[in-house]
Design a protein around this ligand. Structure first.
Ligand code: IVH
Length: 671
């Protein structure tokens, strides 16, 4: 009996580790998340009943670690060196000259790798099992963070077997966080009123230092390997080492390149400087290494860096400049964002004179004061942000910033809900909000009124022709005024009126989305109209009614009720209805379900308007099914941002691809 239990535990454990490898390393899972969870639950249950059979490399051990008071110190068998930096072609050519001098007439090749902007770590495996993981520390001694590292799913707990491969070895690499994961995590932290991190690197560093592995397990850390050391077999080159690392089950970067000359290295550097934002994680340059390990040994090291490798960094996207003023900006939903007015500074290809400061708490946390010298940073996203302050450069005239209590646009009192980071202007007539709301109402994903862009909305609001979105449907009565304006002729005016008229045909869900209710994106709008068929039903819904719908939590429910309780909003809705805008859900479900029933979907990448779970629910509610891996049987692949290998596979199989907008259209039955 017990031996069969032990066998089952072992088999399950191997199976799960194998699925981890397929999922995290090959990005080709062969079972669904549910099936995976089922295997894991079974293993946990067996190990709970028979703890004696629980192995130290069991996948359940990923979160099994206890809280540590203090990390113990690990002495690195071979010091973890750092790299010397180069910043331009001249410097990297100097490096090449030095290599050439030492290697004399020998030929040599370089291997170029991405320089991951994360935290260097070292992993030790004995007899195929992961036994110890450590930080770099000062290069000779680091912290033992084994329990934290075990939680990283892309770090194998046991080596995969490779013919004539090593069993005892050290692997070094980088722990990092993808940008989307970082943003999602920070967003959640902000909502929960917790401290946010400045960038993915700091976030990875902060996570590895946590003393409770259970908390680490909840954070989305990744690992990539770039160094292997073993006495078991003879190693030949970095290129082959990377292949071996991959075969042993470690993630490696897919973007390495063998180069015959320094010119090719410079080309690689230029290419990745240009393409760095295409990657889902941050890099701050490339690493150039002499490929042959024998030649690496010949070159040796000076002080703390090897002579066989160099970091070739990208131009910094950080700069220091003076903070001249802080201005408040009002968004369409009344969100108030503090914006830094800066002494203009050249940064990552353009001049920056403004940067976001996120919210009051952020300013306080970083202790940013007016006239301070601050650090501005351009991340993967376009909007620059103030990421720090040079306290040592603080001047006598630095002044703390007092967050105003009035809206800068309409001077009404601003308010902040319990636990929220942002202040809001509650005056729905506030001109900044009026413009933003009308722009949103007319936008493509909402009522899709062609020709009604930002400039026209600005002009019409300024002239008093528009005060809210219901006014759009009375605009034809103001034809005379519009015709008297510069650049408005009979034809353009008529085109605009036609576009407005045409918007009356948009389905109810789009109307709900167009109203611009806080927290209601396109998919939640659809969910609402699926459950409340008419506007009257929706207006009458209580928070409890709303929360009884799967996918609607307290925040959304509160927001909907708050919106429809407002007299002004109700008047607008009434006018929209009178104008002929759709205020009930036409039952088109039969057609949709015919279209979707039994269709097999795969989701890849990140969607901006909904989580993966929401997307799955929506597809299933329309009769489709969602599977995790692509095969010839897959009908449709929904492609979000940062889609990985699944997208490539779908393309090779010629499967129908839908971007987010097309997917939303399909859900709204306009596909
Ligand atoms: S090799 C002796 N390869 O850059 C060479 N390092 O200052 C050891 N890094 O501490 C490092 N990507 O944290 C190497 N592909 C890569 C890397 C990389 C990022 C980091 C690593 C190291 C620092 C060098």
């Amino acid at each position: 009996m017990s031996s069969s239990i032990q066998k089952e535990i072992e088999t399950l454990s191997r199976k799960i580790l194998d699925h981890d490898y397929r999922y995290y390393i090959l990005a080709q899972p062969i079972i669904s998340d549910e099936e995976y969870d089922g295997l894991m639950r079974r293993l946990q249950e067996l190990e709970r009943q028979y703890p004696a059979f629980a192995a130290s490399d069991s996948p359940t051990q990923r979160v099994g670690g206890k809280i540590t008071k203090e990390f113990s110190t690990v002495t690195h068998a071979v010091p973890m060196l750092s790299l010397s930096n180069t910043y331009n072609e001249g410097e990297v050519r100097d490096f090449d000259r030095r290599v050439q001098e030492i290697l004399k007439n020998e030929t040599y090749r370089y291997i170029c790798e991405l320089k991951f902007d994360g935290i260097a770590i070292s992993l030790r495996y004995e007899d195929n099992i992961f036994v110890q993981g450590a930080t770099r520390g000062d290069g000779s001694q680091g912290d033992d963070i084994t329990q934290n590292l075990k939680t990283i799913r892309s770090i194998p707990l046991r080596l995969r077997s490779v013919r004539n491969g090593p069993h005892t070895l050290e692997v070094r690499g980088e722990a990092f966080m993808k940008r989307v994961d970082f943003q999602r995590m920070n967003g959640e932290r902000q909502l929960a009123g917790e401290k946010t991190f400045v960038n993915p690197r700091n976030s990875a560093a902060g996570t590895l230092k946590l003393q409770d592995p259970k908390l680490v397990a909840q954070r989305p850390l990744n690992f990539v390997s770039y160094f292997l050391r073993t006495d078991d077999i003879e190693l030949v080159s970095q290129y082959e080492n990377l292949q071996l690392l991959h075969n042993l089950g470690f993630p490696t970067s897919g973007h390495t390149k063998l180069c015959q000359s320094i010119d090719e290295v410079i080309e690689y550097w230029k290419e990745w400087e240009r393409r760095r934002d295409e990657l889902p994680f941050d890099i701050d340059g490339i690493v150039v290494k002499v490929n042959s390990l024998q030649q690496q040994e010949q070159l040796g090291a000076v002080a703390k860096s090897p002579r066989w490798a160099v970091a070739f960094k990208f131009a910094s996207r950080q700069a220091e400049t003076q903070l001249k003023a802080i201005r408040l900006q009002v968004g369409r939903l009344g969100t108030i964002t503090p914006v830094a007015e800066l002494e203009p500074v050249f940064l990552g290809g353009s001049t920056v004179s403004r940067a976001t400061l996120h919210n009051e708490e952020y300013i306080r946390e970083l202790d940013i004061r007016l006239n301070d010298i601050v650090i501005v940073e351009k991340g993967g996203d376009v909007i620059p942000k103030v990421s720090g302050v040079k306290i040592e450069k603080r001047l006598m005239d630095a002044k703390t910033f007092k967050f105003p209590n009035q809206c800068p646009e309409c001077h009404s009192k601003i308010f902040r809900s319990e636990g929220e980071a942002n202040y809001y202007c509650e005056n729905s007539e506030c001109p900044a909000q009026v413009k933003g709301r009308i722009e949103h109402f007319a936008s493509r994903g909402a009522m899709d009124i062609e020709g009604l862009g930002e400039a026209i909305v600005d002009q019409f609001v300024h002239l008093g022709l528009l005060k809210n979105c219901a006014d759009l449907y009375d605009l034809h009565t103001r034809q005379e005024i519009i015709l008297s304006l510069d650049r408005w002729g009979k034809k353009s005016t008529q085109n605009l009126f036609n576009a407005i008229e045409g918007s009356k045909a948009r389905p109810f869900s789009r109307v709900i989305y167009a109203l611009g209710i806080r927290h209601i994106g396109a998919s939640i709008a659809q969910l609402l109209v699926d459950n409340f068929i008419t506007i009257e039903q929706l207006i009458g819904a209580t928070e409890t009614d709303l929360q009884s719908i799967q996918g609607i939590g307290p925040q959304i429910a509160e927001s909907v009720v708050r919106f429809f309780t407002n007299e002004h909003n109700r008047r607008i809705v009434k006018r929209l209805k009178m104008a002929g805008v759709q205020m009930l859900e036409k039952k088109k479900r039969a057609r949709t379900s015919q279209q979707l029933s039994n269709k097999s979907f795969v989701l890849t990448g990140t969607l901006a308007t909904m989580t993966r779970e929401e997307a799955k629910q929506r597809i299933e509610s329309l009769g489709g099914k969602v599977v995790s891996s692509i095969s010839k049987k897959t009908d449709i692949v929904v492609v979000g941002t940062d889609a990985g290998s699944k997208l490539e596979k779908a393309k090779t199989l010629g499967i129908l691809l839908l971007d987010e907008q097309k997917f939303l259209n399909m859900l709204q039955n306009e596909f």
